[in-house]
Design a protein around this ligand. Sequence first.
Ligand SMILES: [Zn+2]
Ligand SMILES: [Zn+2]
Length: 307
Amino acid sequence: MKIPTRPHYLFLIVSHGIALWAIWMHLSLLAVLALLLMHFMFGCLGITLGYHRLLTHRAFEAPRWLERSLAVLGLLALQGDPIEWTAVHRQHHRFSDREGDPHNASRGFWFSHMSWIDQHYFPCVTQDRLKKYSPDLQNDPFYRGIRLCYPVIVAAWILFCWFLAGWTGVLWGVFVRLVFTVHMTWFVNSAGHCFGFQAYDTGDRSTNCGWTALVSFVEGWHNNHHAFPSSARHGLRWWQLDMTWMVIRLLERAGLVSNVKLPSEQQTREGRKPDGWREALGLSRPRLPLFASEEQIKLPAGKEVRS
Ligand SMILES: [Zn+2]
Ligand SMILES: [Zn+2]
């Protein structure tokens, strides 16, 4: 395992220490409720609905004011600005589990969960990569603007937390919430390529994993997502709860979103493999070691990169 060097990554490690200390010293029912509310606002509405299904995959259309509001919520999740996030995630789909995938799960669970931030994040967000993978957002002055103002927006959020509840507000509103929400996203990248089952042969390691779905507003039906990347719905079976999809349905019924993309019933049945309850819950044996080099683990021969 390499020693972390990037200040960005070191900040994340220090944040874990501060978050644990805050939970130990300042745990209260009100703090936990506020955490869950922020997790829903920034994690579900900001990241999974806004950054992921809307901005990255354009799984539905939303009026400009709604799209931009969701983008600001995503930005407050502190996982990077929309231009960076979408560029990284589009590279993940382009090169899933191969060289070029920012969190290539073939390098082991730990790399795909957190270590990739230290080693692979920045090479994936150079100007060239951003132009290549997020041209739609790069060409929009709003997204270029919030990218420039990112530190100011974050500072404003920290001040807001401080005015609301002093240092306890900063500890829970910034550090505990940051750690809680980043692991939601990271578990999709790691456990969503390691535990559970492959309903569809997608040519990568992506899996449907019940327990990842529970902690990630149901982004954990990740193999379904790799099979149908532009689908607004990831939970494709009746029992696969998909909270983000429920929000999209609600917005659609309220007339706030349109052109919601879904695969047909026939498409979802084609090539789908049967699964058992153990696999569905994500309780199967891990498909990856904790640490691995790309030389140790290779994808089955003959699989092509899906774009
Ligand atoms: Zn994936
Ligand atoms: Zn995706």
